[in-house]
Design a protein around this ligand. Structure first.
Ligand SMILES: Cc1cc2nc3c(=O)[nH]c(=O)nc-3n(C[C@H](O)[C@H](O)[C@H](O)COP(=O)(O)O)c2cc1C
Length: 145
């Protein structure tokens, strides 16, 4: 299994690092340009627009991908998903609390071209910080193994 993350303010990184410890893995970062908030905000309004990112190639058939909810699109994640193929894909999306349904729809559609089996989970940033998701990994054991 590979665990990837893209994070702008650190939450998705924390989630990826926490899960990596549970699964005894090293998380892989998806890197891109450090644009200011307003530029990312603008780009996040265009569904499926990719923005070039760099990452180590995946070596496994199962991928966990942690990233933030950005309006309708997180461009470096869209880029990543357009570049890879795998069998099982888990999307873990951290967000502040609004607009989940449409984002879920958009990314499930994109993920359906990437993987045969997909699981998607949203995590509220505030609740993560409070430690509410302590058993997060148990949700995935059955799916992964
Ligand atoms: C460009 C941008 C757009 C965002 N859009 C949303 C949104 O539509 N809904 C929401 O709940 N949070 C939104 N957020 C907040 C992030 O999803 C939330 O803070 C997330 O936990 C950040 O993850 P990160 O720390 O890994 O970057 C947005 C943040 C940014 C920077």
């Amino acid at each position: 299994m590979d665990i990837y993350y893209f994070s702008y303010t650190g939450t998705s990184k924390e989630i990826a690092e926490w899960l990596s410890k549970k699964f005894n893995l090293k998380p892989k970062e998806i890197r891109t340009y450090k644009f200011p908030y307003l530029i990312w905000l603008f780009l996040s309004f265009i569904p499926y627009l990719p923005f070039k990112a760099t990452f180590e190639p995946p070596f496994n058939d199962t991928i966990i991908l942690c990233f933030p909810k950005w309006t309708f699109n997180c461009p470096p994640i869209t880029y990543f998903l357009k570049k890879i193929r795998c069998r099982k894909l888990i999307l873990i999306i951290s967000y502040k609390g609004w607009g989940k349904k449409l984002y879920e729809h958009l990314y499930l559609k994109l993920a359906s071209k990437v993987a045969k089996e997909i699981k998607i989970t949203f995590i509220k940033q505030k609740l993560w910080k409070r430690g509410i998701y302590k058993n997060l990994e148990s949700e995935f054991y059955k799916f992964v193994y």
